[in-house]
Design a protein around this ligand. Structure first.
Ligand code: FAD
Ligand code: NAD
Length: 487
């Protein structure tokens, strides 16, 4: 690795952005013997590592620990009581920052080991083969590359009438600021009941904030079917989170957020939601500014850089990966594209051809979806005249799941369930979903099953270790074949 200031002016592969897309592309390109340079002004790891996946999961875990301890101060659970519990959020954030720092160093080390060059700075394309780089030290470099990979990621969407920044009552913030708070807000209003709003909103509720979620659509997590999101909705209610669906944020007033709540329940009621912080999580936009898009001639796909199945753009030897290329904006999609693009540049016949990109909502309960959901399966298979067979298994009947729940009086529906969807004609599995405690880790098993073309019988006949939550997958498969044992 060359330090900024001593780097060569030519490279075979120039990667703009060191997020999960860019850094993985850098490592894979180095492994393949390509001369590769990765440029990013931020520590390696991008949104995901610095202000996204990792910090949010750290705070979610800390919130779970805090809430579990706090519950035992009210009354003993599992024979355990806790005298008193408190949280020093600044110390929690320092713990999270330490994890992030170690991973930043780890990624930089991996790039170095693969022979990649890292430059701390910002890159701007002058044309399809040349970039101007301003290093973090203020040095100006010109780098000529045979191949350019655009991996500039995404940024939070800012609503015009709710600009990020300080307000009379406190502040309007994005997820980045929420993940750096040094105290727990007393009243947190979250605009947007999607991934970030629910993951962080629920975590802050567990940490002690009074939380209200304002969602424009008629349900939270509108991309998921209601059956999957219902256990989460009920848990939010038990935590005291107020969820306003079909609600529109109109603007701010001196005490908080002004909303209009529509629909049969409310008429068109206007309300002020008092707040210390308003967290806006209404999606992310691709970063298409600041890297010289105006100096090249790229075909766009709506807001995103258009690419083919090898991550090649409309310009020769200009490639793009990750969030800047479209939905789903997920780190593991960016990472896989990073591998694909490096291999494509090295001349290998690789394409991005995933049968399924797993999606996980890291709420409590967790939600996992791989492949087609029930409506998509009905539409897609229905269009070729194939029926769908579905199997479900409730986690209320799963022993391991029961040992994880302190409250045995919770309703069976709250325990969650597994669902498997397959073609009725040949039993090929087309989708698997689950909601419940500890199901996120099962995304690996679900992904393997769908990617490898498993049939219901393959899963039902696989011996699943006991006692595990994952037994639910075999049970759901057996249920679809009409012979579940515990369901
Ligand atoms: P990014 O990670 O956004 O990285 C792009 C990099 O490019 C940045 O470091 C930026 O500094 C750099 N850059 C931009 N312009 C320039 C320039 N001109 N010169 C040099 N560098 C430049 N996804 C999941 O799969 N699982 C999760 O649990 C998850 N949780 C999330 C939680 C939060 C709070 C957020 C905000 C996101 C989360 N995501 C999650 C989404 C995930 O972070 C993104 O999908 C992923 O980071 C995209 O990777 P990327 O490489 O495309 O871009
Ligand atoms: P999102 O798309 O998940 O959710 C945005 C929500 O805001 C939607 O439900 C939408 O209906 C709602 N909305 C939009 N405009 C609104 C308005 N004006 N008022 C009220 N509600 C409004 O977006 P996000 O939560 O910001 O997350 C961005 C992306 O980051 C996600 O799409 C996902 O790709 C990624 N992410 C993934 C994970 C994960 O994998 N666990 C976690 C966090 C983020």
């Amino acid at each position: 690795m060359t330090e900024a200031g001593a780097e060569p002016t030519t490279t075979q592969v120039l990667i703009i952005g060191g997020g999960p897309g860019g850094y993985v592309a850098g490592i894979r390109a180095g492994q393949l013997g390509l001369d590769v340079t990765v440029v990013d002004a931020q520590p390696m790891g991008g949104t995901c590592l610095n202000v996204g996946c990792i910090p949010s999961k750290a705070i979610i875990h800390a919130a779970d620990e805090f809430a579990a301890a706090r519950a035992k101060t009210d009354k003993p659970e599992m024979g355990i009581s806790v005298a008193a519990v408190s949280i020093d959020l600044a110390a929690t954030m320092a713990w999270k920052d330490d994890i992030v720092g170690r991973l930043n160093d780890g990624v930089t080390g991996l790039l170095k080991r693969a022979g990649a060059r890292v430059i701390a700075g910002r890159a701007e394309l002058i044309d399809g083969k040349t970039a101007r780089v301003t290093t973090n030290d203020g040095e100006a470099l010109t780098i000529a590359a045979e191949h350019v990979v655009i991996a500039t990621g995404s940024a939070p969407i800012e609503l015009r009438h709710l600009p990020f920044g300080e307000t009379a009552f406190g502040a309007v913030i994005s997820s980045t600021e929420a993940l750096a708070l040094d105290h727990v807000p007393e009243r947190l209003v979250v605009v947007g009941g999607g991934y970030i709003g629910l993951e962080l909103g629920e975590a802050f509720a567990k940490l002690g904030s009074a939380v209200t979620v304002v969602e424009a659509e008629q349900q939270i997590l509108p991309l998921y079917d209601r059956r999957l999101t219902m256990p989460l909705g009920r848990k939010l209610k038990r935590l005291g989170v107020e969820v306003l669906t079909g609600a529109r944020a109109i603007g701010l007033d001196p005490t908080g957020l002004l909303v209009e709540v529509g629909g049969a329940d409310y008429g068109n009621e206007r309300r002020t939601l008092p707040a210390d912080r308003v967290l806006v999580t209404v999606g992310r936009r691709p970063v298409t500014d600041g890297w010289g898009l105006e100096n090249v001639s790229l075909t766009m796909n709506d807001r995103f850089v258009a690419i083919d199945e090898r991550c090649h753009t409309s310009m020769k030897n200009v490639w793009a990966i990750g969030d800047v290329t479209g939905e789903p904006m997920l780190a593991h999609r960016a990472m896989k594209q990073g591998e694909v693009v490096a291999e494509a540049i090295a001349g290998e016949p690789t394409v991005f051809d995933a049968r399924a990109i797993p999606a996980i909502v890291f709420t409590d309960p967790e939600i996992v979806s791989v492949g087609l959901g029930p409506d998509e399966a009905a539409d897609e298979l229905g269009s070729i005249g194939v029926e769908v067979v579905e199997g479900r298994f409730s986690l209320a009947a799963n022993g391991r799941s029961m040992t994880l729940r302190p409250d045995q009086n919770a309703s069976a529906a709250d325990a969650g369930f597994f669902r498997i969807l397959a073609r009725a004609d040949n039993h090929l599995v087309v989708g698997i979903q689950a909601v419940g405690q500890g199901v996120a880790e099962l995304a690996a098993a679900f992904g393997l099953a769908v990617e490898m073309g498993a049939r219901l019988e393959d899963i039902a006949d696989t011996i699943h270790a006991h006692p595990t939550v994952g037994e639910g997958l075999a049970e759901a498969s057996a249920a679809s074949l009409g012979h579940a044992i515990h369901g």
